[in-house]
Design a protein around this ligand. Structure first.
Ligand code: ADP
Ligand code: MG
Length: 717
C-alpha cells in the first residue's frame, strides 16, 4: 500500500461511502491520513439517557427500538421516530427526511448514538448518527493488553458527514497503518525544528492523531500539525517579504513642506495615530524597495485621510526622468458603493490639483474633472479610460476589482491602496506591477479587528501601522442588550431617532424564514419577514427597506441608494451591510439574534452608526438567554475597542467559529494554534530563519511543495 494509491484500491466502499469520501475530497490513502479527527471521545465520559441536557451534543451507548417511518403532518415529508434506551432510561429519537432509517437501523443490537438533544421538559434527539457496535465498545487501536488497563480509553471522532462513520475511518486507519504506509511518508518538518520545539515526527504524530493512547499524545500530535500549518504559511509570507526586498520601488518625492501644506488644508487636525501612520508610510516611500504595509484601524479611525495624504505625495511626484506627468495611484474598494464614495472623497481631497481622477467599476467609468464642467465628474467609455490610464493621464484611479483586470495597464503605477480585501494577495500585487522594472508601493487597509496572532500569520509579509485612536469630538455609541420583554422600548427609541430625521438599521441573522421542520432549534429572525412586519406593524409611518446578499447587484445598489439618500428610513438587512457602508445619518442599529454573530462582527455592524457627530445607539436583541452568550454581549456593551473584542472572541468562542466559512483558508487545526501566541511566534521565527538561509527552499523540497500547495489553497494565484 502506498500513500498515492486511490482509496478504492484497498477498500471496498458502498456508494454512500464513496459519495461521502468525494465530499470530503479524500481520494488517496494520503488524503485519508490527513483527514484529521475533530475531537476525541472517551467511553467513560459518554453520557447516559438519565443525564441528558437540552442543547448538548451527546454520545450514548444502548439500543434502538420501536422505529416507525411516518409522514409529517403538515408537509407530508418523511420522518422516522422511535426510542433509544440504555440502562438509565429511554429517550425519543427522530430523523427527518430519512425514511429508510426505520428499515436500516438495527433494533435491539448495541449501537453508539451521537446527536443533539432538543426539546424542553421532554428531551428528544434529532437526526442522530448511529453506529452499530460489533463486539466490544471501541478502544484505542494499538494498545497492548497490559497497557490497556490504565490508559484512558479514547477514540477519534471525525468531522460529521453523511454516509461514512468515524468508526469507518478508525478501521481504515488501522488498515493503512498495518499496510506500512507510514514508512513511506517523509517528514516535511526538519528534524532540528522538531527537536527544538519538542514536536513528534510525522509517523508518531499520525499514529497519535488517529489512534491515540492518551489525550496527551493526541494533543501533542495536533500541536505538531498546527505548528506545521502555521510554519508553512509563514514560510510563504517570509518568502514574499524576501522577494519584495529584491524589487525596486518607484521614487515618490516626499517633500515635507508640500505635504504639510496639504494636511493643513484638511477640514480636521490629524490624530496622533494618523500622524504616525503617515510618517511610517512616507518613510517607506524613501526606501529602495516597495512598501508592503497593513494599516489597521477600527471603523471611523480615519484610514481614508492617511490614504489620501500619502496618495497626494505620489500624484504630485514626477516619474523619474520625465518633465511632465505624475506617478499614478490605484485605490481598490470592496464594493461599487464604496468605490463611488471614495471617488467622491478623493475628488474633494484633490480638487485643487491639476490631475485627473477616475472611477472604474463593473457598471461604468467616470472621470474628473469633466471637460465641460470643471467642478464635476463625467461618464466616459471604458476603452477611453483604459487608454488614459495607460498613457498616464489618469493620476488617481479608484475602483472595484475591475481595477486589477488584465486589460487595465498603467504607465507609472507607483502606489496601490487596497481597502478591506483580505484576499488581495501578493500574486495580485505582482500582477498590478506587470510592467516595467519598478514595483508599486502597497498599502492594505483593514477595519476587521482580528487577533494579533491571526494578523501575524496572515499578514506576515506586511509591516504594520495601527490607528489606535479615534478622532476627537465623535459622539459615542450606547450599546444595550435588550431582553425580550423590553423589545418595545427599543422600537420606541428607534422611533425617537426616526422622528428627528435620522435613520436606522435592523440586522437579521437570516434571509428567509427557516424551514419549520429542518431547523427545530433555529428560530432566527429572517430579514424578509422582519422587513414586512416592521413596515406593517411597527413603523407604518416610515419607509422600511430590505437588503440581503441574494439580491441582484443592481437591486442592492438601488436599495443602498434609497437608504443613503434618506428616502428609506429603516433598512432591514442581513449582515451584508457590514463592510464599510457609510450613511452618516444612520444613528441606530438593532441586531436581532445578536448572540449568533461573533463579537468582531457585531462590532463591525455597530461601526455602521459611528459615522456622525450624533449620539448613536446599538441594540442587541438576543433570542436565547444563556450565561455564555450574555457574557459575550456584555463585552460589547463595555468596550469599543474592536481589537480587544477580537481577542475576547478568540478566547470565548475559538477561532474556528470566529471567521465564518474559513475565509482565511486555514484549517480548524491551524485556527486552534491562534490561541497559542508562543506557537505562532515560534513558527514565525522558524520560518524567518529558514528563508534567510534558503530563500527558494531548494534545500527543503518537501517544504517547498507544502508552500506551493498552501498558496493554491489560499487562492492567491
Ligand atoms: P475608516 O478608518 O473607517 O475608513 P474614514 O476614513 O471613513 O474611517 O473616516 C471616518 C470619518 O472621520 C470621515 O468622515 C472622516 O472625514 C473623519 N475623520 C478622519 N480623520 C479625522 C480627524 N483626524 N478628525 C476628525 N475627523 C476625522
Ligand atoms: Mg474606510
Amino acid at each position: 500500500m502506498l500513500p498515492v494509491d486511490p482509496i478504492e484500491k484497498h477498500f471496498r466502499l458502498t456508494p454512500q461511502q464513496q459519495a461521502a469520501l468525494r465530499r470530503l475530497a479524500i481520494e488517496t490513502v494520503h488524503d485519508l491520513l490527513y483527514h484529521f479527527p475533530v475531537r476525541y471521545e472517551s467511553v467513560n465520559e459518554s453520557s447516559t439517557v438519565s443525564a441528558l441536557a437540552v442543547g448538548n451534543k451527546v454520545t450514548l451507548y444502548g439500543t434502538l427500538s420501536g422505529l416507525k417511518a411516518k409522514k409529517l403532518w403538515k408537509s407530508r415529508r418523511p420522518a422516522t421516530e422511535g426510542w433509544f434506551e440504555d440502562a438509565s432510561g429511554k429517550v425519543k429519537v427522530m430523523w427527518f427526511n430519512q425514511p429508510y432509517i426505520a428499515r436500516m437501523a438495527p433494533q435491539g443490537t448495541m449501537v453508539k448514538l451521537t446527536g443533539s438533544v432538543s426539546g424542553g421538559s421532554k428531551p428528544y434527539i434529532t437526526n442522530p448518527e448511529v453506529e452499530v457496535l460489533t463486539g466490544e465498545i471501541p478502544d484505542s487501536l494499538f494498545t497492548s493488553p497490559t497497557e490497556k488497563e490504565d490508559t484512558p480509553v479514547i477514540f477519534p471522532v471525525y468531522p460529521e458527514t453523511q454516509g461514512i462513520t468515524s468508526r469507518w475511518f478508525y478501521h481504515a486507519f488501522k488498515r493503512v497503518h498495518d499496510g506500512g504506509v507510514l514508512e513511506h511518508l517523509e517528514d516535511p518538518l526538519p528534524e532540528s525544528l522538531r527537536t527544538r520545539y519538542h514536536l513528534p515526527d510525522i509517523h508518531s504524530a499520525l499514529l497519535a492523531l488517529h489512534a491515540p493512547q492518551s489525550t496527551r499524545s493526541a494533543e501533542a500530535a495536533r500541536k505538531r500539525f498546527s505548528f506545521e500549518e502555521i510554519f508553512v504559511i509563514q514560510l510563504h509570507k517570509q518568502q514574499e517579504r524576501a522577494r519584495n526586498a529584491t524589487q525596486h520601488a518607484f521614487e515618490i518625492d516626499v517633500d515635507e513642506a508640500r505635504i504639510k501644506k496639504f494636511i493643513a488644508l484638511l477640514p480636521f487636525p490629524l490624530t496622533g495615530a494618523q500622524e504616525r501612520a503617515v510618517k511610517e508610510i512616507l518613510t517607506d516611500f524613501e526606501k529602495l524597495h516597495p512598501m508592503a504595509r497593513l494599516l489597521e484601524g477600527d471603523v471611523g479611525s480615519g484610514k481614508t485621510a492617511v490614504a489620501a495624504i500619502t496618495a497626494y505625495a505620489a500624484v504630485t511626484s514626477r516619474p523619474k526622468g520625465r518633465v511632465s506627468g505624475t506617478l499614478q495611484v490605484a485605490y481598490m474598494a470592496p464594493t461599487e458603493i464604496l468605490a463611488t464614495q471614495h471617488f467622491q472623497s478623493f475628488i474633494e481631497f484633490f480638487k485643487e490639483l491639476p490631475i485627473n481622477i477616475a472611477l472604474i467599476t463593473g457598471s461604468g467609468c467616470y472621470k474628473y474633472p469633466s471637460k465641460i464642467d470643471r467642478e464635476k465628474p463625467t461618464t466616459i467609455s471604458r476603452s477611453q479610460l483604459l487608454k488614459w490610464i495607460k498613457s498616464g493621464e489618469i493620476a488617481m484611479l479608484v475602483g472595484t476589482h475591475a481595477l486589477v483586470q488584465k486589460t487595465v495597464a498603467f504607465e507609472h503605477l507607483a502606489y496601490v491602496i487596497v481597502d478591506e480585501q483580505h484576499r488581495f494577495g501578493t500574486a495580485q500585487r505582482r500582477a498590478l506591477a506587470r510592467k516595467g522594472d519598478s514595483a508599486p508601493h502597497f498599502l492594505s487597509m483593514s477595519a476587521t479587528p482580528i487577533p494579533r496572532t491571526l494578523a501575524l500569520t496572515m499578514y506576515g509579509d506586511l509591516d504594520l501601522s495601527v490607528l489606535d485612536e479615534l478622532p476627537k469630538g465623535r459622539a459615542g455609541v450606547t450599546t444595550k442588550i435588550i431582553s425580550k420583554e423590553k423589545r418595545a422600548s427599543a422600537y420606541e427609541a428607534i422611533r425617537e431617532e426616526l422622528k428627528k430625521g435620522r435613520q436606522a438599521y435592523v440586522i437579521c441573522p437570516r434571509i428567509d424564514e427557516p424551514d419549520p421542520e429542518k431547523a427545530l432549534a433555529l428560530i432566527a429572525k429572517s430579514a424578509k419577514a422582519e422587513a414586512k412586519r416592521l413596515q406593517q406593524d411597527v413603523f407604518p409611518e416610515f419607509s422600511v427597506g430590505l437588503m440581503h446578499g441574494k439580491l441582484k447587484p443592481q437591486d442592492k445598489d438601488a436599495v443602498m441608494k434609497a437608504f443613503s439618500e434618506g428616502s428609506t428610513n429603516v433598512l432591514v438587512s442581513t449582515s451584508v451591510v457590514e463592510v464599510g457602508v457609510n450613511v452618516p445619518n444612520a444613528t441606530v442599529i438593532a441586531i436581532e439574534g445578536a448572540e449568533r454573530f461573533g463579537l468582531a462582527q457585531l462590532h463591525q455592524l455597530r461601526g455602521r452608526v459611528l459615522r456622525s457627530s450624533h449620539e448613536a445607539f446599538c441594540f442587541l436583541l438576543p433570542e436565547t438567554t444563556g450565561e455564555y452568550s450574555r457574557a459575550r454581549l456584555q463585552a460589547l456593551e463595555k468596550t469599543r475597542d474592536g481589537f480587544a473584542l477580537a481577542e475576547e472572541d478568540l478566547k470565548l468562542r475559538g477561532a474556528g467559529d470566529l471567521y465564518g466559512a474559513n475565509q482565511w483558508g486555514v484549517s480548524d487545526l491551524g485556527m486552534d494554534a491562534l490561541k497559542n501566541p508562543r506557537l505562532i511566534e515560534a513558527a514565525r521565527n522558524a520560518a524567518q530563519e529558514t528563508i534567510a538561509h534558503d530563500p527558494e527552499l531548494t534545500k527543503h523540497p518537501l517544504l517547498k511543495t507544502a508552500v506551493a500547495g498552501r498558496v493554491h489553497e489560499l487562492h492567491e494565484e
